[in-house]
Design a protein around this ligand. Structure first.
Ligand SMILES: [Zn+2]
Length: 92
């Protein structure tokens, strides 16, 4: 699966129904469910620790609207290289 193919929408506070429109412009209104079993590549793209929701009908992904939009860098946190790379000279 290409990461670019992932469609992720912002879930507004309190939003529980999908507002994705189909080809005819009709609202989906599918129920947004917490997606605890999201594949790792999905989790990595959305950012670690982010709650992922998925529409039951059209499977559009949602993530809660974050107040801090600068959290995009979080996705690099799960790279152990970052932690040990900086201190590699002190490991021997
Ligand atoms: Zn939907």
């Amino acid at each position: 699966m290409s990461p670019d193919a992932l469609k992720v929408k912002d879930k507004k506070p309190g939003q529980r129904a999908c507002d994705e429109k189909d080809a005819k412009g009709k609202l989906c209104v599918g129920h947004l469910k917490r997606w605890d079993k999201a594949p790792e590549e999905v989790r990595n793209q959305l950012g670690k620790g982010v709650e992922i929701y998925r529409c039951e009908r059209c499977h559009t992904l949602y993530r809660p609207l974050a107040e801090d939009r600068s959290s995009a860098g979080l996705r690099y946190e799960d790279r152990p290289v970052n932690i040990f790379g900086d201190f590699s000279g002190r490991r021997s």
